[in-house]
Design a protein around this ligand. Structure first.
Ligand SMILES: Nc1ncnc2c1ncn2[C@@H]1O[C@H](COP(=O)(O)OP(=O)(O)OP(=O)(O)O)[C@@H](O)[C@H]1O
Ligand SMILES: [Mg+2]
Length: 267
């Protein structure tokens, strides 16, 4: 089960250096088919975590379990603070007959337990929409129909939706798919800034290299959690072999960060 614990409950678990997410020995299954087995991990407030693993390794399932969408058949997830979950684009119906601005504004109206039927945003909320669209370089296209956008542009708007709600914990499933390199870099810098400011960022990526200088932790999955920790501890030849079935060469850059030599692994 997922327990949402308020950040300031009893004045505990408040501030950086405290837990944001606790995953305790969870197993998740779809119709008896185990997708994730005996996974435990802690994420501290303000951490920037990359979740990696081959196709079908349970990355999306882990995010869904943290978001409370998938109920583990065993174990428990605790989250401390509000969550925004950006699903993998493959699972999003992109035939949204709305303008870009409204797609993002909707996320604010839908925030919290009750949907607000009033379509008027406050000035502060409008500012949040604008900031989120600017962060993904989509403000100029705010009046375009969402369906007219390219795949990468749609991806950026979906990310803006999550940013606009200003959550404590951001869960992003493959946010850079189809996103051009300059925009990707801009978004990575923003996520890094957010995590430095105490927002917890947990993102699924296939190619970790562009993020490697910013992430505090990598969780490497293949149904079980192969490894979880600092990039240099996780990205070893042994661990990548166990996760992907092939040993992936890793080069260490001048600053000492490991860069796996693969682009987009589909194994
Ligand atoms: N809704 C579902 N119903 C049945 N099986 C599912 C469902 N979602 C996922 N699975 C299965 O659970 C396993 C893990 O899937 P998951 O989507 O978590 O993997 P992933 O690591 O995110 O993969 P990808 O890199 O392709 O996005 C796979 O074997 C998948 O077929
Ligand atoms: Mg997935």
């Amino acid at each position: 089960m997922v327990k949402a614990v308020k950040m300031d409950e009893n004045g505990e678990n408040y501030g950086k250096g405290r837990k944001a997410v606790e995953v305790r020995d969870i197993t998740c299954a779809y119709n008896g088919h185990v997708a994730l087995k005996d996974v435990s991990m802690d994420v501290m407030r303000g951490e920037f975590v990359a979740v990696m693993g081959p196709n079908g390794s349970g990355k999306t399932t882990l995010l869904r379990a943290i978001a409370g969408i998938v109920k583990p058949v065993k174990g428990e997830v605790r989250v401390y603070g509000s969550i925004s979950y950006m699903p993998q684009k493959d699972y999003v119906n992109v035939n949204i007959p709305m303008k870009v601005w409204d797609v993002v504004a909707m996320s604010i109206l839908a925030k919290g337990k009750k949907f607000r039927w009033s379509v008027k945003l406050s000035e502060e909320e409008k500012k949040a929409v604008e900031e989120a669209l600017r962060a993904v370089a989509m403000f100029e296209l705010r009046n375009a129909p969402f369906t007219d956008l390219s795949g990468g542009q749609q991806q950026r708007v979906l990310l803006a939706r999550s940013l606009a709600t200003k959550p404590d914990i951001l869960l992003l499933d493959e946010p850079f798919n189809g996103v051009d390199l300059p925009t990707q870099e801009k978004i990575i810098n923003l996520l890094s800034e957010l995590s430095n400011g105490g927002i917890t960022v947990i993102t699924v990526v296939h190619n970790v290299s562009p993020l490697i200088h910013h992430v505090s932790k990598i969780a490497l999955l293949n149904k079980t959690l192969i490894a979880c920790g600092k990039p240099e501890e996780v990205l070893t030849a042994e661990n990548t072999l166990r996760a992907y079935g092939v040993s992936i060469p890793v080069t260490v850059c001048e600053e000492g960060y490991p860069h796996p030599l693969f682009g987009d692994i589909h194994g």
